[in-house]
Design a protein around this ligand. Sequence first.
Ligand code: NAD
Length: 435
Amino acid sequence: MVKICCIGAGYVGGPTMAVIALKCPAIEVAVVDISKPRIDAWNSDQLPIYEPGLDEVVKECRGRNLFFSTDVERHVAEADIIFVSVNTPTKNRGLGAGKAADLTYWESAARMIADVSKSDKIVVEKSTVPVKTAEAIEKILTHKSKGINYQILSNPEFLAEGTAIEDLFKPDRVLIGGRETPEGKKAVQALKEATGANVSEVAYAVGKDSRIGPKFLNASVGFGGSCFQKDILNLVYICECNGLPEVANYWKQVIKINDYQKSRFVNRVVSSMFNTVSSKKIAVLGFAFKKDTGDTRETPAIDVCHGLLGDKAQISIYDPQVTEDQIQRDLAMSKFDWDHPMHLQPTSPTAFKQVSVVWDAYEATKGAHGFCILTEWDEFKTLDYQKIFDNMQKPAFVFDGRNVVDPDKLREIGFIVYSIGKPLDAWLKDMPAVA
Ligand code: NAD
């Protein structure tokens, strides 16, 4: 029986391996991680991540040909194919801090593979890593090879959180790069920038992504998630290192505009409510960075809440998949620390007294002066907004950062409504201009 081991039981490793185990019952799949709580959760009824369809897939395969374990070294030693799906956060100190990808976790995984392997291995890069990482990993592995033959392949993941299982069942493209195959060479070529890329191949590969189109081009309070910002920052760093400052600046602007979008939203809230939200209750509906996931990494809700807290608002937050602990941790954490293990974080988070977390949208909005929709959860489309209006302070404001509600219907009820990129209420037009 072919044995696969995946290092990293996160948002990519967990769902990807579960689907491989489902589709290939003849393959034994072990997903390993250094985080015991994460592995314990994968082995329980309360999986560590929320993805539609994931529970069913895991339940069918777990214990049959899918195993979750902290015995990293044993499973790596026994595997024929090793996927590496560890986190590659933005470096928070040292050379390239704030931009470059931190490959500490990748490197330690590679060194561990070299230490424990006793047979030939295929090592597959699943993490998002800068070009030429495969070569660096190959150097680590072959340096300690003890006569073992390693094939390094690159198979970057394109799944999107919230639709991970669907994306894995029907990927619109699969990219495999490696030394030996002509296809691999071509894929590696397509990934290189400044170092001799063929623009037609890059355009072709990018154009194959169905997310670039109406599926994802929606106005919002800002993009979030663990990937976009960190990968763009890393691109900035790579451009700078390759002597391309103009290109680096172009990509930097994408991050700046995204930050501007979030602060502009906060300014809109504050200026609409007579230029102060001090001591006013503001409800926040949705905290995850998008619907159908409990992931809060780089969610715009963090910046919006910080902005409101800066103006001394009382915030009441409701998200169907995010716990109070997680929200308090996110609000207390400094930028770039969120994707590093807790024990490496310099400060221990203290809870914000001005923030309460509740398990119901009606509770969150009760007595509030306004509410902000920051995640496009489907359930927010069908709330009883008349009931919400009746229980709020007047005038009652709605700031829809995801264009979830029908502004006309809410205006009929009596709300003052701001929806991203849509015509303003007369009330909002009369308020001070938003920077
Ligand atoms: P994650 O943080 O959810 O999971 C990574 C896991 O790796 C963690 O549980 C961590 O404990 C574990 N880990 C770190 N070092 C380890 C080691 N030496 N041995 C064993 N376990 C170790 O990260 P993720 O969201 O799954 O992302 C993984 C990679 O995939 C990143 O490079 C990311 O950029 C990329 N990616 C993510 C997505 C996404 O939607 N989340 C999509 C495409 C690509």
